[in-house]
Design a protein around this ligand. Structure first.
Ligand code: SF4
Ligand code: SF4
Length: 91
């Protein structure tokens, strides 16, 4: 087994990842997570708990919206309120 910390994208801590591979995540998503890098303390919670494994650790954390289905887990797990869910139709 590959340890999660060995990869940029983790083996998810809660659900098997890749659910959006079976459908178009952009079509099914009503909310989009917006990450404020100024508030982020790089705790890794969003990266670990995203069920789609669509958050990548670079110099700053990056959300890959093609795979994101807008579940809001990342925002709920963020201890700094650095991720806010925004309605897609308002963007
Ligand atoms: S809303 Fe957050 S936790 Fe859910 S799929 Fe998108 S990036 Fe992952
Ligand atoms: S959970 Fe919040 S503070 Fe932690 S890495 Fe993600 S955005 Fe940054």
């Amino acid at each position: 087994m590959i340890h999660p910390w060995d990869k940029k994208r983790p083996l998810s801590a809660c659900l098997p990842g890749g659910l959006s591979a079976e459908k178009d995540a952009k079509i099914s998503r009503n909310l989009r997570p917006i990450l404020d890098t100024d508030l982020c303390i790089k705790c890794n919670n969003c990266w670990i708990f995203c069920p789609e494994q669509c958050i990548e650790r670079e110099d700053v954390f990056v959300i890959h919206y093609d795979d994101c289905r807008g579940c809001g887990v990342c925002a709920q797990e963020c201890p700094k309120d650095a991720i806010h869910m925004v309605r897609e139709d308002l963007l």
